[in-house]
Design a protein around this ligand. Structure first.
Ligand SMILES: [Mg+2]
Length: 173
């Protein structure tokens, strides 16, 4: 597969974000995470963090992992969850997969992109956007089957082109 097509595949895949442990990140040389919100940290239809999220975020924070939320979702929900989890939030003029939000997130983390991974549930926004910038990518299954209507197109592309399969590539760091 060409490098171009690999931009639409995650490096690794998990069922949910809580499988991403401090030990796993240390082994990969990752010191910071950019976190998607809807269906990664919360169910789409709920405005509160998923039950696993507070303890997971705390375990990473205690291990020195820096985190920031980058979401295309609703502002009120972003504010509520970022406060509840005590995580910084970045907003950009253009949504993922455009680069602006990822660039801002890297600035908040104050880490080189080689030491950062994106965690999200949608290939065409979270994964493609981060891959294009050389940020490592971790795909998770969506927490809820519900989503924004516009996401249906992304889901169809994921199925047709089998984009949710991890590429298994190891990046230099
Ligand atoms: Mg999402």
């Amino acid at each position: 597969m060409s490098g171009g097509a690999l931009q639409f595949r995650p490096d690794v895949k998990f069922v949910r974000a809580s499988e991403i442990t401090p030990e796993l990140l240390a082994g990969e040389g990752i010191r910071g995470l950019i976190l998607d919100l809807d269906n990664t940290l919360t169910r789409w239809e709920e405005s509160k963090a998923a039950p696993f999220a507070p303890q997971w975020v705390k375990s990473l924070r205690d291990a020195g992992i820096r985190m920031v939320i980058l979401s295309n979702g609703l502002r009120d929900k972003q504010d509520t969850v970022s406060r509840a989890l005590e995580l910084p939030l970045v907003r950009a003029l253009l949504p993922k997969p455009f680069a602006a939000g990822f660039v801002k997130a890297l600035e908040v983390l104050e880490l080189p992109r080689e030491e950062v991974a994106m965690v999200g549930d949608i290939v065409m926004t979270d994964i493609w956007g981060a891959n294009r910038l050389g940020i490592r990518t971790m795909l998770v299954d969506p927490l809820s089957p519900r989503d924004f209507p516009g996401t249906k197109l992304w889901r169809a592309l994921e199925v047709i082109f089998r984009l949710r399969r991890p590429s298994g590539r190891k990046r230099s760091r």
